[in-house]
Design a protein around this ligand. Structure first.
Ligand SMILES: NC(=O)c1ccc[n+]([C@@H]2O[C@H](COP(=O)([O-])OP(=O)(O)OC[C@H]3O[C@@H](n4cnc5c(N)ncnc54)[C@H](OP(=O)(O)O)[C@@H]3O)[C@@H](O)[C@H]2O)c1
Length: 293
């Protein structure tokens, strides 16, 4: 299978690295494009062994699965560039924040197979969490293809599209919250006398271990938390501080704020009821037809 990335930035590279590290896709089967102003990203892709180009249509011509890995504001332009080169054999996978499947479908030739994914950056170390939603023209087997690709870089699950913005607020943006948590715990460790390096490692392993316990035991986190706290022990004193600071409420607010931001970003880049005019759609279909014949 040949994979293309339109946009060769942070997320495209995270996914490409994960795919290569998994051994399922070799670097020479991946191509990435970026504008000339972003030569540095293409240099990084070349260092990974990827093919590179400035031509987005070339990515489509040389790929079975095409990832749209650009910022939301660039989706419309990219879609118009690739529409003539797209056929029904391509699977288009958008990771753009907030842009709905319907928006993307309306920018591409009729019956284009579109998938919307919200990945996250731990994909680079194959510990990502991605959720994806399937478009109206997707075929049997497309969900399995996407699941197989994304699961090479971590956990992947199909969800109804209505869940993608909330997924963005939780796991898409979540790594940044957790990096702040690690930093805060490490700062605390330093404050009470630990060397910085050791404090950072202990903080990171603590999050990793807690996450593994939730996933591997299946026990509710509230129960696991209770199990750590002995009567009048140190943990319950620490927990009292966290609860006084409203930790869970703040985390809930963060997920809600990022979810709303995802919705607003999509609406700003391309309104939810956005539709190409019939003329625009016809023009794209004609040009796509000419390209294929
Ligand atoms: N980073 C994350 O944690 C994360 C997580 C989930 C989803 N996402 C989503 O993934 C998408 C990419 O994010 P990112 O963090 O990878 O962004 P990024 O590092 O800025 O990469 C996007 C790249 O696409 C390039 N680009 C712009 N217009 C283009 C065009 N017409 N053709 C080809 N390439 C073009 C950009 O160039 P310029 O910089 O010159 O414009 C940039 O190099 C976004 O929609 C984001 O919301 C990101």
């Amino acid at each position: 299978m040949k994979i293309g990335f339109i946009g060769a930035g942070k997320m495209a590279q995270a996914l490409a690295r994960g795919l290569i590290n998994s051994g399922r896709i070799t670097a020479d089967n991946i191509i990435a494009s970026s504008p000339k102003r972003d030569e540095v990203f293409l240099d990084q892709c070349k260092a990974l062994g990827l093919n590179t180009t400035h031509d987005n249509a070339e990515v489509v011509q040389k790929s079975d699965v095409v990832f749209l890995a650009v910022k939301p504001v660039h989706v419309s332009k990219v879609a118009s560039e690739i529409a003539p080169a797209l056929s029904k054999e391509h699977l288009v996978v958008s990771i753009a924040l907030g842009i709905t499947i319907r928006n993307i479908e309306s920018l591409l030739p009729t019956k284009s197979r579109v998938v919307r994914v919200m990945p996250n950056t731990p994909s680079v170390v194959r510990a990502g969490a991605s959720a994806f939603a399937m478009g109206s023209a997707c075929r049997d087997g497309d969900a399995e293809t996407v699941e197989k690709l994304l699961s090479t870089v971590g956990f992947a699950v199909e969800v109804p599209e209505i869940h993608i913005d909330p997924v963005t607020g939780l796991s898409g943006s979540g790594p940044s919250y957790m990096f702040a948590v690690i930093e805060g715990l490490a700062d605390g460790g330093v404050k009470v006398g630990l060397p910085r390096d050791l404090a950072l490692k202990l903080a990171a392993y603590t999050l990793l271990g807690a996450a593994k316990m939730v996933l591997e035991t299946g026990i509710h986190p509230a129960q696991l938390k209770d199990d750590v706290q002995s009567p009048a022990g140190s943990s319950v004193y620490g927990m009292h501080k966290l609860e006084s600071g409203g930790l869970k409420g703040v985390l809930m607010d963060a997920v809600e704020a990022a979810t709303n931001r995802s919705r607003a970003t999509g609406d700003k880049a391309l309104p939810r009821d956005f539709r190409n005019t019939e003329i625009e759609t016809e023009k794209m279909m004609e040009s796509a037809q000419q390209q294929r014949t």
